[in-house]
Design a protein around this ligand. Sequence first.
Ligand SMILES: [Zn+2]
Length: 186
Amino acid sequence: MTSSDVIAYLRWAQCKPETEMPLFSFDVYDLLEQAKYSLPALKERKVDLWIAPQESLACIKTEPNGAQILIHPILNRVDLPIEVMAFILGHELIHLIIRPRLVDGVMKSHPPEFFEFEEATQPHRAFAWNWIHIALNGYLKFDKEREGTFVKWQWRKSRSHAGPPEQIIRQLVADSQYRQKIEGLI
Ligand SMILES: [Zn+2]
């Protein structure tokens, strides 16, 4: 290996996102296809998925030839309920349909019609936010101004806690007081 090979390798390694293999109990790529097909405007759209560390819990990047969904590794766990990932993928895909716009002079990536569309198309929204809030409690920052959910640097410790039982989440979804509290956070 010459020094120019080493430099070429280092450049390549820097460009390549530090990705993880999915650990989920379901096929996340299959789920992405299903999520795309449930939104007719996106059936033909090429969308890739990466599990890679970044500031936010999930985001979508658009490029001329397609789009890339980036999922933070804090979500890459065998006990992640399929409903949580279905909601996250749905949310990110809706960004391809409802574009950012000015609301009262401020550019919003989640204008009111975004949430209306999300409410109408994503049945697992309440379940997903409840699970995220409980299972990842202490590892996230909810930032209303930046319109995002950000992951704290200590996130790896979250992998040592088991996720909450599904039954508990379903009970909380049915609890209107608790639901209001969660809605206030997001
Ligand atoms: Zn969003």
